[in-house]
Design a protein around this ligand. Structure first.
Ligand SMILES: [Zn+2]
Length: 146
């Protein structure tokens, strides 16, 4: 999700004069800036926010959100997979920014925007449903902390 924070930021700063999928939607930006920002938010913001919103013990969340190799890898993987999924959904992508900009998605070109979007959303919905079923006994803590 982190790469999508650049969309409102770019729109607020530049309007529609430049593409709103740019640095954080590139492999380079997602792997570096996106990963670092995700780690900072996970360590500093996530525990107090989730603890107050969902009444989950803050120390339990802080233990799971400590800086570790697993956290770094998870943040990296989350950002890279976001960029990879966006290539399937959006017709124009900055995945190879700054070397190449505005790459046409081969998936969207082949299936059309609606079918590509439907395919990704169905896949994400199925994964979310499986998580809901697996974590149903302690839903919020299972989804947000474990
Ligand atoms: Zn995105």
């Amino acid at each position: 999700m982190f790469p999508d924070l650049e969309i409102p930021t770019i729109i607020l700063l530049f309007g529609d004069k430049i593409p709103n999928h740019l640095v954080l939607h590139s492999l380079l930006g997602a792997a570096t800036i996106g990963t670092v920002l995700s780690i900072l938010v996970t360590v500093l913001v996530y525990p107090p926010l989730v603890s107050s919103l969902f009444r989950i013990e803050k120390s339990k969340i802080e233990r799971r959100c400590r800086l570790s190799a697993i956290l770094v890898f998870s943040a990296f993987l989350g950002n890279i997979s976001h960029v990879g999924l966006d290539v399937v959904v959006h017709i124009e992508n900055a995945i190879f920014w700054p070397f190449l900009t505005n790459i046409q998605s081969p998936v969207v070109s082949a299936l059309g925007v609606q079918n590509a979007s439907l395919m990704i959303h169905a896949l994400m919905g199925a994964i979310f449903l499986m998580l809901l079923i697996k974590k149903r006994t302690n839903l919020f803590e299972g989804l947000l902390v474990e």
